[in-house]
Design a protein. Structure first.
Length: 257
């Protein structure tokens, strides 16, 4: 009786295994239903858009100083590396035009709010002399254009370039030495320059897209206006210029009309 019961149970397990394998094979051979089409991914990129987002920025400054009011003087001193890193918030608007099945061109403008503060500390014990200086970046506006390639109907890879202006606070310096402390404020101009960059944008829905971008900006150089100290105009003795370079990585969510 034990032997017969065992054989019956073994046979049942065998046929269950066969049926399971058969169903699995049939499922593998059955055609997979295609994903439903996404009609908005194939719609034209032509149109206006608005965007909001954020990111990170890195500022590097080079300061050149020459004696006297003549900027061509052969005597000079320079400081490179006065910089800062910080976060930013951005708003943007633009218009794209789809040139063909693969190419899109557009124009845009954006406004960035920075949280960058650059500072410098100097300590010369043998003098004795110590000093601290700082300035901050307030905001930046940019206008430019882009040209992109559609790697798929809903994803754009692009290059960008344009013009930008950076607004910074006055440069404030505190110098201590010989038992005295002096505070100086130097006026730094609003500095303009050109930028280049690259990025991507992909459609999430018919109206919403996600964009990521990297930019590098060279602002050239701007003249620093030094203050009067005790009735003496320091600009008659020193000519100083500041040359910032800014790198930005940012992302935004765009609403496309």
């Amino acid at each position: 009786m034990w032997q017969a019961g065992y054989s019956t149970k073994a046979s049942l397990n065998f046929w269950l295994l066969v049926l399971t394998c058969s169903f699995a094979s049939a499922a593998d051979l059955a055609p997979v239903a295609p994903l439903p089409p996404v009609p908005w991914a194939h719609e034209s990129w032509t149109g206006f858009y608005l965007g909001v987002g954020g990111g990170f920025s890195s500022l590097n400054n080079k300061i050149d100083a020459r004696p006297g009011p003549d900027p061509s003087s052969p005597l000079s001193a320079s400081l490179n590396g006065l910089g800062a890193n910080g976060a930013l918030a951005t708003v943007s608007a633009g218009y794209d035009y789809q040139l063909s099945s693969y190419f899109v061109a557009g124009i845009f403008g954006d406004f960035d709010f920075h949280s960058l503060k650059s500072s410098l500390d100097i300590d010369i014990p043998s003098a004795p002399l110590s000093g601290h200086g700082q300035f901050s970046v307030n905001h930046q506006w940019s206008v430019g254009g882009r040209l992109g390639y559609l790697s798929s109907p809903g994803t754009l890879i692009f290059l960008t370039g344009g013009y930008t202006q950076l607004s910074v606070s006055d440069f404030t310096a505190t110098v201590s030495g010989g038992g005295q402390t002096m505070t100086l404020d130097a006026s730094v101009p609003t500095i303009a320059g050109g930028f280049v960059g690259a990025g991507f944008e992909t459609k999430l829905t018919r109206s919403i897209s996600l964009k990521g971008e990297y930019r590098i900006t060279d602002f050239g150089s701007g003249l620093v206006t030094l203050p009067n100290v005790g009735g003496t105009d320091l600009n008659q003795f020193v000519t100083a210029r500041i040359s910032p370079t800014l790198q930005i990585v940012k992302a935004s969510v765009n609403y496309r009309f």
